[in-house]
Design a binder for this molecule. Structure first.
Ligand code: 6PG
Length: 242
């Protein structure tokens, strides 16, 4: 857990037995830099231990500036393996594809071997895309770091409130997502929990209600992510009650 650049860290045990450590930052720059520092450190630790670093990326808009900073860093890119926690069922070149955003902001600019960048083939549709990505994940060991966002309604990855959590496979189709587009592909709760470390990136006042529900111990989808290691929530622009 990195605490050097944070205002405060609160450790809480909340809904679904999730242990969450809350890190508040003073500015967008500070949270971005702390996230980059932690991701690079997690990579070093994993490569020292396993010879590889398995990272799962968050979609949405929040992580983009972190990915842009990573594009300028030096790292042992040859040993990075990149996955996505979810994607939207749109053409590969659609501006709202999470894979496109990550490639343009970061992955196209560093020397991660192409065959180690695992986009979700969500353009195949949610059912076929989920099946194909489950095959990609077959035999993949526990992740080293899962990066997640938080939706205004408390969702994370494409695990939405009121939708049954399907843990039948590592990757599952999503129908009727309340956040467009309706069809998506997401890693299941169980697969996301199979990780050494989790970093949520949460910025902006629009996330305050979701954070309040989370801090009250309500079982919003973000609390489904409850690995033994707990989760680190990096925040800027939302208030975290002590
Ligand atoms: C997606 C996501 C989703 C996202 C949150 C936050 O594809 O929509 O992976 O879980 O991380 O909705 O999105 P923003 O960062 O855009 O607020």
């Amino acid at each position: 857990m990195q605490t050097s650049q944070t205002n405060q860290v609160n450790t809480l045990k909340l809904a679904n037995n999730q242990v969450s450590r809350w890190h508040e930052f003073h500015s967008q720059d500070e949270i971005n830099q702390a996230a980059v520092t932690r991701i690079l450190q997690a990579a070093k630790e994993a490569i020292a231990k396993h010879g590889s670093f398995l990272v799962v990326l968050a979609g949405g808009g929040t992580p983009k500036s972190v990915y842009q900073l990573l594009a300028k860093e030096q790292a042992d890119w040859a040993n990075w393996h990149v996955f996505h926690n979810d994607d939207r069922c749109l053409a590969t070149d659609h501006v709202e594809r999470n894979s496109k955003m990550a490639r343009e902001a970061w992955l196209n600019h560093v020397a991660i071997p192409q065959n180690q960048i695992h986009d979700i083939p969500a353009e195949l549709g949610n059912i076929e895309g989920a099946k194909a990505y489950a095959k990609t994940l077959a035999g993949v060991r526990s992740f080293d770091l899962v990066i997640l966002g938080l939706g205004e309604d408390g969702h994370t990855a494409s695990l939405f409130p009121g939708q049954a959590v399907d843990n039948s496979a590592d990757v599952v189709p999503v129908f009727n997502s309340p956040k467009p587009p309706a069809d998506r592909v997401t890693m299941s709760q169980n697969r996301l929990n199979n990780t050494h470390e989790v970093m949520f990136l949460v910025t902006g006042a629009g996330k305050q209600d979701a954070v309040n529900h989370w801090l009250k111990g309500e079982a919003i989808p973000a609390t489904l992510i409850a690995p033994a290691c707990g989760v680190d929530v990096y925040c800027f622009g939302v208030k975290v009650a002590a």
